[in-house]
Design a protein around this ligand. Structure first.
Ligand code: SF4
Ligand code: FES
Length: 251
């Protein structure tokens, strides 16, 4: 049964991208274990505002595991100690009474800190803009439904499409590689007939943009797969490599 717990928070505070950051320690009392992690941060911020202090800046939007905004590193793990969930789906019952919880922003060259726990994840949008779309005329909904697609391919495409662009993969990777994200976005389209038309251009453009933005190389540590809240498989990275080599050979 959920109980109330007292916790210590060590939170990264940083006034701006060029400022030097440091941890600040806060005590929170009587937090119900039924509280979500982000609600707990809301309580912290109410406490800080009542004390006339600056609230902690953190990103969030949907609070139901869809938007990928809640980019927090908690006790050394992107999205916290639980697996297959986002930070907004994490609850305080995962923590014991008296626990000290360390909260940091994504630590990755591709995601500079804006303030406190909020990072700039626009780099992933730029990679999408480079080619993560279909621009050929695919017809209306009845046309799409009329195209037979093997169930296996449809399932694999749906699994890849589960990626919410949260950035945990690059944040978890010691090389700061964005390969899991890019491979999911390439795969979700390359597996379907509508996406195959532009597959070569897409793979080359997205990989080139990823490299240009300073994301590191993949060395198969699998940290991305272990920390991905949507269980995106690294088999997508193998597919991206195949798509990329195929495109280069066509050149
Ligand atoms: S692959 Fe996983 S960790 Fe990476 S952006 Fe997508 S959902 Fe997040
Ligand atoms: S706030 Fe949208 S996924 Fe967490």
């Amino acid at each position: 049964m959920d109980k109330n717990i007292n916790i210590t928070l060590k939170v990264w505070r940083q006034k701006g991208p060029k400022e030097k950051g440091a941890f600040e320690t806060f005590q929170l009392k009587d937090i119900s274990q039924g509280t979500s992690f982000l609600e707990m941060l809301d309580i912290l911020n109410e406490q800080l505002i009542n004390e006339g202090k600056e609230p902690v800046v953190f990103d969030h939007d949907c609070r139901e595991g869809i938007c990928g905004m809640c980019s927090l590193y908690i006790d050394g793990h992107p999205h916290g100690p639980d697996t297959s969930i986002t930070t907004c789906q994490l609850h305080m019952r995962k923590f014991d009474d008296g626990a000290t919880i360390t909260i940091e922003p994504w630590r990755s060259a591709g995601f500079p800190v804006i303030r406190d726990l909020m990072v700039d994840r626009y780099a992933y949008d730029k990679i999408m803009q480079a080619g993560g779309f279909v621009s050929v005329n695919t017809g209306g909904i009845p046309d799409a439904n009329a195209i037979p697609i093997p169930k296996k391919d449809a399932d694999l495409a749906m699994d890849a499409a589960a990626c919410i662009g949260c950035g945990a993969c690059a944040a978890a990777c010691k090389n700061g590689s964005a390969m899991l994200f890019v491979s999911a976005k390439v795969s979700q389209l390359a597996l379907l007939p509508q996406g195959k038309v532009e597959a070569a251009r897409r793979a080359k453009a997205m990989v080139a943009k990823m490299d240009e933005l300073g994301f590191g190389n993949c060395t198969n540590t699998r940290a991305c797969e272990a920390e991905c809240p949507k269980d995106v498989s690294i088999s997508n990275i193998a597919r991206l490599n195949r798509e990329f080599i195929k495109a280069k050979l066509q050149d």
